[in-house]
Design a protein around this ligand. Structure first.
Ligand code: IMP
Length: 177
């Protein structure tokens, strides 16, 4: 780990929370058939892997990719673009979108609208992190790991300019300009 990073949420707390979330989700979806977990690339890949492996209910994994505003050429920070879609139809299925972090909420709001239009039996979201101070869109997150302050975090799948994704803990990096 480089010197400028400070641990915000240590690995053990993330593991403990993933255990709790997976237990709750397993109870909530018990007896409902297969749950479709849709991981939002790239940031959710580690959280999704840990969460999915703790579920005790039948499930399958899909991925979807959207632009994050760091990569966007748009001047509108709320603009979201689909880069890669899920492989299978989600019509009539129970769907849980798994996100790394909800910042302004535009990405999740876009995804929920896109997926809702495909007629799932149910559609909910699970996010590891949320920054309530940055919220611009009102979204009902069914499963939340942690609320965090308005800081830039890396590790456990999250990056800054593609760096630090594989750190085991969630760390604060000095805010990008
Ligand atoms: P939103 O559309 O503003 O909610 O932004 C969501 C996306 O912004 C996330 O999926 C991340 O890709 C990115 N993001 C927002 N805050 C952070 C952060 O602190 N660290 C890493 N990525 C972040």
């Amino acid at each position: 780990m480089t010197d400028e990073l400070q641990i915000l949420i240590p690995e053990e707390r993330i593991t403990e929370r993933a255990d709790q979330l997976a237990a709750t989700i397993s109870v909530d979806y018990a007896g409902k058939g297969e749950l479709v977990l849709i991981g939002v690339l790239k940031g959710s890949f580690i959280f999704l892997a840990d969460l999915a492996r703790r579920l005790t209910i039948p499930h399958r994994i899909e991925f979807i990719a959207v632009t994050s505003y760091g990569d966007s050429e748009s001047t509108d920070p709320g603009a979201v673009r689909l880069l890669m879609d899920v492989r299978h139809d989600i019509g009539g299925q129970h769907v849980l979108v798994v996100e790394d972090i909800v910042d302004t909420g535009h990405t999740l709001s876009y995804l929920l609208k896109l997926l809702e239009a495909r007629g799932p039996a149910s559609l909910e979201s699970c996010t590891l992190l949320r920054k309530p101070d940055r919220s611009e869109v009102d979204i009902d997150v069914a499963y939340l790991g942690f609320d965090i302050p308005d800081v830039w975090v890396v590790g456990y799948g999250l990056d800054f300019a593609e760096r630090h994704r594989t750190l085991p803990s969630i760390c604060v990096i000095p805010q990008p300009e």
